[in-house]
Design a protein around this ligand. Sequence first.
Ligand SMILES: NC(=O)c1ccc[n+]([C@@H]2O[C@H](COP(=O)([O-])OP(=O)(O)OC[C@H]3O[C@@H](n4cnc5c(N)ncnc54)[C@H](OP(=O)(O)O)[C@@H]3O)[C@@H](O)[C@H]2O)c1
Length: 200
Amino acid sequence: MKIIIIGASGTIGKGIVQLLAPNHKLVKVGHRSGDFTVDLASKDSIKKLFDDVGAVDALISAAGAATFGSLDELTDDSFMLALTNKLMGQVNLVRLGRSKINGNGSITLTSGMLSQNPMPGSASISMVNAGLEGFVRAAALEMPRGVRINAVSPVFVKETMEILGMDSTQGMPSQKVALAYKEAVESQRNGEVLDVRDFA
Ligand SMILES: NC(=O)c1ccc[n+]([C@@H]2O[C@H](COP(=O)([O-])OP(=O)(O)OC[C@H]3O[C@@H](n4cnc5c(N)ncnc54)[C@H](OP(=O)(O)O)[C@@H]3O)[C@@H](O)[C@H]2O)c1
């Protein structure tokens, strides 16, 4: 399959690339690096990306920015970043990209476990993760030409915890997180939120 991966250079994206590269033709997309670049916060940039890349069999998004912070710390800008980048950035990938997905292809977005398992400081991230999961379940009812859409919900990734200087013993390596994305692309699942712990 020809698969476009948004966030291919990221912690999770690298795991997906490593897992899928042997069996698929990958188009790697990042913000500043990759075969193509895009800014999820800009509809014009997303539209240009799809015009430049053309038709694909699958789209994976492993990108989307949002920040931690207590309710006292989160500003209007913090909430807007989560809304415009992680939530509407990925929603706009679907709105602008679904016509470019070949029949019976698939779209896979990324939410996160904080939608279902919040922690102090996660309000903004939990908000958009839950929004993405609701969007995917509903959008699946309207996808054209047999195109499927799912979300993958990762837990804290081991490499991310290491970068943040946290104890990473409970983290999941990105190569294991990637298994849920493989399942979303290669199975017939539709309208689902895949918990990475079920596929690791
Ligand atoms: N890591 C975790 O523990 C974890 C846990 C749960 C959920 N998630 C979610 O998983 C997704 C990926 O996380 P990650 O940790 O792998 O991220 P990451 O390591 O920070 O990588 C981010 C990726 O997204 C790209 N990117 C950054 N800003 C962008 C923009 N405005 N438009 C388009 N692409 C952009 C980056 O491209 P460049 O490298 O070119 O800048 C990079 O490829 C996010 O939605 C995150 O919330 C992560």
